[in-house]
Design a protein around this ligand. Structure first.
Ligand code: ADP
Ligand code: ADP
Length: 233
């Protein structure tokens, strides 16, 4: 089935008497289990699209179904609830709580949705073990390498078993060797059936995905299998 369906999605930012049409009628369909990269130059609308897909913001016009829910007309509280349930976010800057252990960082989404403490800890431990951080559960972010921090963030994204993993420039703060390691982890997650959407301006990172969507001036300019799939480069 489809995890993401957008129909004629528009986003207009209004600042005083200025208006910017950041998205101009985006139509997208992403199926369960797909691995998609969203590319495009700076200012093309990638962040805006990511914010809408991630239920961080509402469209100005058009509709958006996330895992069968019509989310385009929800208020902020309803968006927050659906976001916690359906979306696992991974950011360029990791966005971990500096004073908290890996375990506590990964438990946070479960604290927010009221999961009982014992279950919370068990699930956070299991998902940290699944990203090979079983020996780093009690470490704080400044006691971890960049790649380990991003793996904590990925564990946090996974802990609620979301419908999609939404990653914004996930390797933007990592060296190339660590970037390869993190993209390898996304490969593993995709192989396990996770739906993954990676927003990036780096062609090498986009090529890890199986489908590459390019945004230009707020519209979908191209939507093609990656060269990983076509075997062409
Ligand atoms: P990127 O996603 O390319 O790393 P950003 O999303 O931070 O970069 O910014 C892209 C463009 O959007 C920039 O030109 C920036 O000035 C503009 N922009 C981002 N946020 C705002 C905002 N809150 N108000 C006005 N312009 C913004
Ligand atoms: P990208 O992520 O591809 O760099 P953005 O989605 O950040 O692009 O920006 C798309 C367009 O919308 C740009 O023209 C940018 O300046 C504008 N924009 C982005 N965020 C805001 C905002 N909060 N307020 C006003 N304009 C914005």
């Amino acid at each position: 089935g489809d995890v993401i369906v957008t129909s004629n999605l528009w986003k207009t930012y209004v600042m005083g008497d200025q208006q910017v049409n950041a998205l101009r009628g985006v139509n997208l369909r992403i199926k369960h289990g797909e691995y998609v990269a969203i590319m495009g130059p700076s200012g093309s609308g990638k962040s805006t699209l990511m914010n809408l897909i991630g239920c961080l913001d509402s469209p100005s016009k058009g509709s958006y179904w996330l895992n069968g829910h019509d989310v385009s007309k929800l208020n902020d509280d309803e968006l927050a609830r659906i976001r916690n349930k359906e979306i696992g976010f991974v950011f360029q800057t990791f966005n971990l709580l500096a004073r908290a252990t890996s375990l506590h960082n990964v438990e946070l989404p479960l604290i927010y949705n009221g999961t009982p403490a014992a279950e919370r800890t068990a699930r956070a431990r299991a998902v940290l073990e699944s990203v090979n951080l079983g020996s780093r559960m009690m470490h704080k972010p400044n006691e971890l390498s960049g790649g380990q921090r991003q793996r904590v963030a990925i564990a946090r994204a996974l802990v609620n078993s979301p419908s999609i993993i939404l990653a914004d420039e996930p390797t933007g703060n990592l060296d190339s060797k660590t970037s390869v390691e993190i993209m390898g982890l996304f490969d593993t997650l995709h192989a396990k059936g996770n739906t993954i959407v990676v927003v990036t301006h780096e062609p090498d990172i986009a090529e890890y995905a199986h489908r590459v969507i390019t945004i230009r001036d707020g519209s979908v300019a191209s939507d093609q299998p990656s060269s990983r799939i076509t075997g062409q480069k």
